[in-house]
Design a protein around this ligand. Sequence first.
Ligand SMILES: [Zn+2]
Length: 126
Amino acid sequence: MPENVRPFSSGTEGLDWCEANCERCQLNGYKRGGEPCPMEQAVAEGFIRGTIPADLAVGYGATVTSPGFCRMPRQCARFVPPATCERIMWPGTRRRRSCGGVAVGEVEVHGLRHAVCARHWTEPSV
Ligand SMILES: [Zn+2]
């Protein structure tokens, strides 16, 4: 296994992944006011280096596809959904925001896990 692998084909793909994972995850260092999660750190450094450590990537659910490359899971294997409901209220308006209610569970939409409150639990779209 090569030491470092390229996880994304472009910076945009990397940003999309961060948005779907690190930015919503409870292990996010900024949100916790502590150290960043090892993958969060590696991906942040990856924007400069272009690669992340292969063993780390595999530990977080990636598959090494060919020497020097890996495919990242859509949702990080160690993703911890937020403690508050992520349902978007008033989408497409200037008042758009997350519900923010106490999360009681999660729903999976297009391969991504979303935290939901009791009120939004039964509604399928997020
Ligand atoms: Zn809600």
